[in-house]
Design a protein around this ligand. Sequence first.
Ligand code: AMP
Ligand code: FES
Ligand code: ZN
Ligand code: ZN
Length: 355
Amino acid sequence: MRVSALLKQLKIAPETVLVIQDGTLVPDDVLLGDETELEIRPVISGGSGDANQPASKCRVCQAPSVIKLRRHNAHFCGKHFLRLCRSQVVQAVKDYDMLKPDDKVLIAVSGGKDSLALWDILLSLGYQVDGLYIGLGINDYSNTSRSFAEDFAASRQQHLEIVDLHEDYGFDVPSAAKATHRPPCSACGLSKRHIFDEVALKQGYDVLATGHNLDDEASVLLGNVLRWQNEYLARQHPVLPAREGFPKKVKPLVRLSERETAAYCVLTGIDYMVEECPMAAGNRHLAYKEMLNLAEERSPGTKHDFYHAFLRSVEPIFSAEFQGQKESLGKCQVCSAPSPNELCAFCRLRERVKN
Ligand code: AMP
Ligand code: FES
Ligand code: ZN
Ligand code: ZN
């Protein structure tokens, strides 16, 4: 039986999974032996979907392909797929003026596919990049994801800065969620943003990079559009310039989907945390991702066009509207982060959990 037939029998859409054997990708048209052991790994948030697509030859070199990208209406061999991923990052960096060749870059790494793929791509492009991992105290999930980040750093002899919410600040995400009666992701996001800024500024990095990919950005955009949150729309740029108390922030993966970053990791042998955060279940953005994946299945390229056409022609209108409306901020009395109040949101959260 061929891989494509197996997936069809299992009612799994090839676009939503990677089929892996002994650490490499298996294309849809490969004939399987009776004893073949395969891993079918879901690579889009919300799990695998159902449909069917045949595989073929690499668009560039005609060698057998390992992956089909419907958005590009093309198949790629491993080598040319990796080249495509790197060129998409080069393009994003150039289009949005994200990085200068000698910038000192700090990348926030979660141990997941996106940030590890991005770290690898930026290193392969010659950038000087250190990692930052934040332990959020989500039990086994945090311990395991930390070891993926550490193993990657060690394998490339790169520096990984580790900040532990519990050890360094005296609380963790589950206790913050309990104390605030809010979804864990809100304390999690707030803490991560605060620590990203603090470490990048204190340690003199020029830029902070995160692994947000096309699916992440398109789903946030959909959420903002559905509620017409104009102020958020004005800030949804893949580059936020440095300003008093904030480092420059960039998202160089905005031209790659999460399936592509997962395939990048498999093909380069990067081990990553496959499981998603157990506390993110029910997160609104997962539902938006599912909606966009449905649209993408019917019409490949929808996600890319939705997000990138927004950046080209709509986002400038919103950002012009809110230009100059940034409040001038004072400083938090505890940590000196920019804040309109005596205590910044992070220090308030910390106080609240302690009490
Ligand atoms: P998420 O908010 O989980 O979708 O992650 C978006 C990006 O934030 C990732 O690609 C990483 O760059 C960064 N990130 C997420 N979790 C962590 C973490 N625990 N430590 C450092 N960076 C993280
Ligand atoms: Fe933040 Fe799960 S990673 S709540
Ligand atoms: Zn090729
Ligand atoms: Zn503070």
